[in-house]
Design a protein around this ligand. Sequence first.
Ligand code: PHE
Length: 459
Amino acid sequence: MDNNRNIFASKIGAILAAAGSAVGLGNVWRFPTETGEHGGAAFILIYVSFMLLLGVPIMVTEFAIGRHGNGDVSGAFVKISGGKKGWRWMGLLPVVSGFLVLSYYAVVASWTLYYAYEALLNGFAGKTSAEFQKDFEAFSSDSVTPVFWTVMIIALTCGIVALGVQKGIERGSKIMMPLLFIFIFVLVVCSLSLPNADLGLKFLLLPDFSKVDGGVILSAMGQAFFSLSVGLGCLCTYACYFRKDVNLMKDGLSVASIDTLVALLSGLIIFPAVYSIPDLRPDAGPSLVFVTLPNVFQQVFGDIPVLAYLFSLCFYLLLVMAALTSSISMLEMSAAYFHRNLHLPRSLSAIVVSVVCVVLATFCSWSFGDWREVKIFDMGFFDLFDFLVAKFIMPIGGLIMCIFLGWVVDEKVLRAELTNNGTLKSPLYPTFRFIIRYVAPLCIFLIFANELGLFSYLF
Ligand code: PHE
């Protein structure tokens, strides 16, 4: 086994890998979709509050648990709790979640890869809005083409994970994250120079609280968890590879800042673009980046085809890279377990997990087409997996980890982990401990109770 190299070589590599996991389709696709559907700035305010109040503390919680484990998530829970063997089961959380999340994430990731390929071949040139709509529907409901692209994206992910922690994950993140930022800045500048960009800005900056209800609050919480990749044990898995001198609190804040910045910048790309064409609406839902945007690129730059070409290509390459840095963290969650605990070679673990995910992802993909009528709890496979991950496992996983670190783990061990054995000043430590002991559990409980209708019995 490659135990010696199972560690990120540099501090910046650790931050970029964690940021790579966090920054993904959640920022560039899910965030604009949710923001568009839930009234713009009001949703963003609630989302950012959840990021600070719950997201960052839970991320640091995951970092602390993971790093304490020296390379093994299930061992980490036992070790940090001072030998309580029952917590070993929590090590299965990232394994199961890894399968679920990658299986539906890969479907949307595959759409981005297909669109990048189409953009490269100049396949969008001269299409009308109705054609974009029709083509997207035909493509996403087809039973073969999206499955082919899903296999491609999972194979790419598998290739990177199989290369190992330093040569695959760390190197991949170090290359893709800076590129992603370059693409984002170019696209923001272009988008802000479009006609009516100020309307898009207003939508992002002026809150309309009339759309806020319990469902919107749950969605904002789900989005904060999803976007930061917290609650599934994904960051525990990565933190197993952190060096002992990484400042967990500082890194948590850096990763959350990068993630929020990318989400807001994506909003700055997408909403000004949407408002640049009079009859388009920001609440187009999931098809926003696959129907609305390519149409915008064609209409706005219709007279200068080379710009339409470059803008589309940059945008979909951005999506592909964002998706890849996240999907490698998802695959790693499950593959690391098979590698560490069942002693399979790393590449074989990655392949086994990938094959299962291809099968599950195929079901998710078909839920947009042939299997549209197949419903479990009134949801198709894709929606079911998304619901289970973002609205259920993430908050519950986060809740359990907060209770674990706040109440089960010896305070001295926690303090030592967050101050690197007393060598770092950690002025935020008391606030962090208070949040994970009281605020986060209470918040998550109240939101769930509200969703389950508990309050309607009481009042
Ligand atoms: N945070 C990722 C995104 O924004 C998604 C993700 C969720 C990644 C869970 C890993 C684990 O796209």
